[in-house]
Ligand binder design. Sequence first.
Ligand code: NAD
Length: 361
Amino acid sequence: MLGFVHETLGQRVRFGTGTAREAVREEIGLRGAHRVLVVSGNRETGLTDDVAKGLADSIRFSEIVQHVPIASAERARKVASEFSADLIVCIGGGSTTGLAKAVALTTGIPIVAVPTTFAGSEATNVWGLTEASRKATGVDPRVLPSVVIYDAELTMSLPVDLAASSGLNALAHCVDSLWAPRTDPINQALAVEGIRALSSGLRGIVADPTAVGGYESALFGTYLSAVAFASSGSGMHHKICHVLGGTFNLPHAPTHAIVLPYVTAFNAEAVPVANARLAAAFGSLDGLSGLEALRTDLSAPRSLASIGLKESDIPHAAELCLAAIPRSNPRPFGLADVERILTAAWAGSPAVELSEKGNAP
Ligand code: NAD
């Protein structure tokens, strides 16, 4: 019997390679905005200047810090309120979108988001803020951008290794959404198509970083993945990565790229239907082998040790993760399991050892 409740988030989503400048100006005009807060880091200065040229009045906030420290959010909120901003245009990766969301959360100012990575934050109503080494996340309709402008040209400046890690972050939205607390058949369909688009797009980027086709496919997969994730909520994988990012300040995309096979190995055999969907999406025998083949093709980062986690941090990290991971996770788990996942990901040892079969005596 088919029965589920699915909530669809309302956004206007534009795809158009090479069209970001016109699209931003058009959207500002359509919204009748007069005082625009442009949130973007120094890397996006050219595009930001171009966008600002067409505006009667705009102000820029460029203090972008990963995981949105509360102090940065408060400074940006002060700028927005002193300027009486009526629209936020954010141009950048997930950290930039995250800062725009932090402003929208307390002011209700609408956001036009122009992503330049595959993080996917622009298509979710999830905000994240870090205070005293703890990353808090929440859901609020005010932080969902009203408009998303996807322009693949803006992602072509990503170094290939960052494009690969960022794309694996998007792929993690797909995988986790197969077993997260509110997973449903719509999220699962989006996730499967998202994995297909991301796998082919990311392989295309690595094969020829100068061809736009791979970036277009990866951006399309990014959007599908984020819609699935926003609807399904965070599963084991995202909760682990939030702890590692928020408390140990590990870089977001590489952390996701490293942890994903370990959570996949731990969970997949406990959910045969999800595992079969993963296998179909990857065109592989099972979910884990398809993911590992992709990670090999992308030369994905392998160990949490290589990105700065200390072995002595694992017990504390495991306790924080244990408290955060939903109890609805398909395979039952305790502190020892979370420690095993973190230890294997720290060392970069074979993920298959965490699977039920790999674990068999
Ligand atoms: P990021 O925004 O921190 O960017 C990583 C680096 O890439 C930065 O140095 C940035 O300047 C650079 N960069 C961005 N675009 C570039 C481009 N086109 N070319 C060259 N360099 C570029 O990292 P991210 O992985 O995009 O986002 C991570 C953040 O997003 C985390 O804080 C994470 O929690 C958040 N996030 C939130 C959600 C959500 O739904 N709320 C979803 C995904 C990620």
